[in-house]
Ligand binder design. Sequence first.
Ligand SMILES: Nc1nc2c(c(=O)[nH]1)N[C@H]1C(S)=C(S)[C@@H](COP(=O)(O)O)O[C@H]1N2
Ligand SMILES: [Mo]
Length: 336
Amino acid sequence: MFIKRGKPWSLKDHQATSEGIYFNRRKFMTGSGLLIGGAALGLAGCSEQSSSDAVVSQSASTSDFTDPTLDLYPAKRNEAYQIERAITDEGINSSYNNFYEFGSHKQIAKAAQALKTRPWQVTIDGMVEKEMVLDIDELIRSVMLEERLYRHRCVEAWSMTIPWTGFAFKDLIAKAKPLSGAKYIRMETFHDPSVASGQKQSWYPWPYVEGVTMEEASNDLAFLVTGAYGKPAAKQFGAPLRLALPWKYGFKSIKSITRFTFTDKRPVSFWEQLAAREYGFWANVNPEVDHPRWSQASERVLGTNDRIPTKIYNGYGEQVAHLYKDLDLPKTVLYR
Ligand SMILES: Nc1nc2c(c(=O)[nH]1)N[C@H]1C(S)=C(S)[C@@H](COP(=O)(O)O)O[C@H]1N2
Ligand SMILES: [Mo]
């Protein structure tokens, strides 16, 4: 299937740009001691332009690899997570991604096929009863997979609706047996510049890191994703294991996770390291708190011509607002 040039969802209809484009270079250069020319940054200023990329086919794009968990799909849909929006076309979702390991633009799907998702180990360490390394297939087979329809809202002010397959984050916490002092979970993506050429861009603080509080991770909505669209996740979605936190901006939903570390220190995420003023720890979707460079009041719905008002907590306030009642809202939702 091909997507034609000039698709409506790629129009430059707002001034939001990619996460990375304006991060504080000077500060970063000082901190790292690197000399970086402006041009060499090559950040995603053109991310909203259309490209002629074909949609990368979900199955036939690479080799003869058969996912060892294929028999678990499609998983039964959990009807509690039905939503009012139309599911985003799989072809559109599969060819418009943020995955900076494979490039600082949206057309990374092809490059992401280089990622080897087996064998894949997930380390659980830090403040837990016993540190462990889990094989991804063992992990997936030890949990109950289900399908959930979730909204997905990027801080760049675009959104999709995705049928994820996965399991509750709290199921992983139960396996980990955290010590009572653990307050946060720090997550890390693989680090292999030989496969992910974006990781050769040394001014980024690789590997990608994200963090959540124990309460956030234990919330029913926090979902560890293994699949999408009724099959194992495409590599560009963050196979074989990524997070989906639908009430937070998309950058919190870390892809291709290799490590969960339970800790009493608040993790500093990838984007927070680059530009703390723009991408804070909480990063809850909030139409009233603008990004320093653009409004968050509305969002472009990919695959349609719609621009719709953004909802507080991306429409999931009922499930998660209580987690933040003691914080100084709304100003601290994004920046703190
Ligand atoms: N490892 C890793 N995880 C990541 C990113 C990334 O660049 N690397 N981008 C984030 C951002 S900004 C968004 S919006 C979502 C995009 O997910 P999608 O491509 O499935 O829409 O992934 C998030 N997780
Ligand atoms: Mo994002």
